[in-house]
Design a binder for this molecule. Structure first.
Ligand SMILES: [Zn+2]
Length: 233
């Protein structure tokens, strides 16, 4: 499971959070912290990122920040504007491209999960889905549980190369800062779609699981486009 998928939402991005040696390098910590901040909307698309300010805010030297920023730039989360590094602002076309790839990756993960998930992994999927269904009031909580659910499907797929692609891809998805669970009716739909995916995984129907996961991402994309067009908020 991706590291961020395991954290509880109220632990994310606490102000004043400092580096403590938890087995990851400072550069990796800064990298993950910045991705989390982009995901939380703290740094929106087009916002300038200054090495010095980040270093001061996070209480680290400039070296790990420089390392993190160059990785973020290589991943396409930051880009070089004439006046410095800025958070990438996705065009509608880029959003469509992202969702097109996401549909394939998530579809493959669900297919492999139908083939390889253990019984305990399947019961974990059910319990996260139940938690998601329990209350639809808080979009951030739903976004967190959704990442956790999808992360658990990736794990259940038992394919390290797909996992690597998905984890890198999740980082890029941080650029879609606001969650589609703010769209009216979307949480309820997503609940139903999750149930279809999990049932297909449970009955080991790889075709149906892939189809259901692709459908789910396609619906998420539709909600995203509505948000971008300001149709439903
Ligand atoms: Zn979902």
């Amino acid at each position: 499971m991706p590291r961020d998928a395991k954290q509880h939402s109220n632990e994310l991005s606490e102000p004043g959070q400092k580096y403590s040696d938890s087995g990851i390098s400072r550069g990796q910590w800064v990298y993950e912290k910045l991705i989390q901040d982009v995901r939380d909307g703290k740094y929106a698309g087009g916002v300038r990122i200054r090495e010095e300010e980040i270093a001061r805010a996070l209480g680290v030297s400039r070296t790990p920040v420089r390392e993190a920023l160059s990785r973020l730039q290589a991943r396409g989360l930051l880009e070089l504007a004439p006046f410095g590094l800025v958070v990438t602002e996705l065009s509608r076309q880029q959003v469509l491209e992202l969702y097109a790839v996401r549909e394939i990756l998530e579809g493959s993960a669900a297919r492999f999960a139908a083939q390889h998930a253990s019984d305990s992994e399947i019961s974990a999927l059910h319990s996260i889905a139940r938690e998601f269904d329990r209350d639809h009031a808080d979009p951030q909580r739903l976004a967190h549980l959704n990442r956790q659910l999808h992360g658990s499907i990736y794990e259940a797929a038992h394919n390290r190369y797909l996992m690597r692609s998905l984890n890198e891809f999740q980082d890029t998805l941080a650029l879609l800062a606001s969650t589609t669970f703010t769209v009216v009716g979307r949480p309820k739909e997503a609940s139903k779609e999750h149930a279809v995916i999990i049932k297909a995984i449970e009955r080991r129907d790889a075709d149906a699981a892939e189809q259901a996961a692709r459908q789910h991402i396609h619906r998420a994309q539709e909600a995203r486009l509505k948000m971008m067009l300001g149709i439903v908020m």
